[in-house]
Design a protein around this ligand. Structure first.
Ligand code: G
Ligand code: G
Ligand code: MN
Ligand code: NA
Length: 253
């Protein structure tokens, strides 16, 4: 309960921050977007999302936290657009309960309008498992978001149970290859089979494919050879405070 009370107050006390991890096109080395990841500054500690997102989901605090993250991402997109000509998207992770809200589109509209950035400045990541678990409740929002230009990305792709037939009917722009497959590239033949299949599927459906959790040059080379050139991972950068991402942003312009 103590943690719950503290988390409740964390937002108003400005203890929650977003860190940003660049998505890189390895052909040019340019940043093509960034994923926003929440952190909680509690006293001297920096608490990772794994230690408070589950509690936030149980208590419902995930709703105000997610609403804040969307607004903060729009604010950051505006700052970077002014400073660096940033015109890509900042990806925000959302749980399925946010997609079930009929006012999600309206909330995003208010966030981007407040800062005068286009809707495409915000991209939404939903994990494959969350998507499939609540598919019927989530689909209407996916279509409305797609119509206003907010791209949907499927996170942790390959770990869930999505029917490929379903995927073709959903308004999705991107899939992210789960890092467990990237980790095992060059180690188990199954991982490269799965990665090859995901890349082929993405290509056939016209989706962008991003490999996550890229940690080694070897993994980067294998992915590139298999036809995936968009990557994210410690090899390029950890998730960083906004100001520390400037090195990547100055490369863009
Ligand atoms: O940053 P990383 O270290 O530890 O994140 C761990 C997990 O927490 C990831 O699965 C990520 O998707 C999730 N996560 C990070 N930030 C957010 C957020 O703002 N909202 C939600 N729902 N999940 C997040
Ligand atoms: O589930 P999601 O994809 O949203 O999670 C992003 C998580 O992955 C964050 O916790 C982030 O810190 C972590 N992450 C980012 N790059 C790497 C990496 O190269 N290796 C590992 N192991 N984790 C990473
Ligand atoms: Mn993610
Ligand atoms: Na992921």
């Amino acid at each position: 309960l103590e943690l719950e009370t503290a988390l409740h107050k964390a937002l108003e006390r400005n203890e929650i921050v977003l860190h940003y991890q660049p998505k890189i096109d390895v052909r040019s080395g340019a940043m093509i977007g960034a994923e926003a990841l929440m952190r909680w500054h509690r006293g001297a500690n920096l608490i990772p999302p794994a230690d408070f997102i589950p509690l936030a989901e149980e208590t419902g605090l995930i709703v105000p936290l997610s609403e804040w993250a969307l607004k903060e991402a729009a604010r950051q997109a505006k700052i970077w657009s002014l400073q660096f000509g940033f015109a890509d998207a900042i990806a925000v992770n959302l749980p399925s309960r946010m997609f079930e809200r009929s006012d999600l589109v309206e909330h995003i509209h208010q966030c981007v309008s407040a800062y005068g950035v286009p809707h495409r400045s915000i991209q939404l990541e939903i994990t494959e498992n969350n998507l499939m678990k609540d598919l019927q409740n989530v689909i209407p929002s996916l279509h409305r978001l797609n119509e206003v230009g907010v791209e949907i990305s499927i996170d942790d792709f390959g770990t869930g149970y999505s029917s490929l037939a379903y995927l073709t009917t959903l308004p999705i722009g991107e899939v992210k290859i789960d890092r467990t497959f990237v980790r095992d590239l060059g180690i188990t033949p199954q991982s490269s089979a799965v990665v090859t299949a995901i890349i082929a599927l993405a290509r056939a459906l016209g989706l962008r494919v991003v490999a996550e959790g890229v940690e080694t040059i070897r993994q980067m080379e294998v992915l590139h050879r298999l036809g995936c050139s968009l990557m994210q991972g410690y090899l390029f950068s950890r998730p960083l405070p906004a100001e520390e991402l400037e090195r990547w942003l100055t490369d863009v312009v």
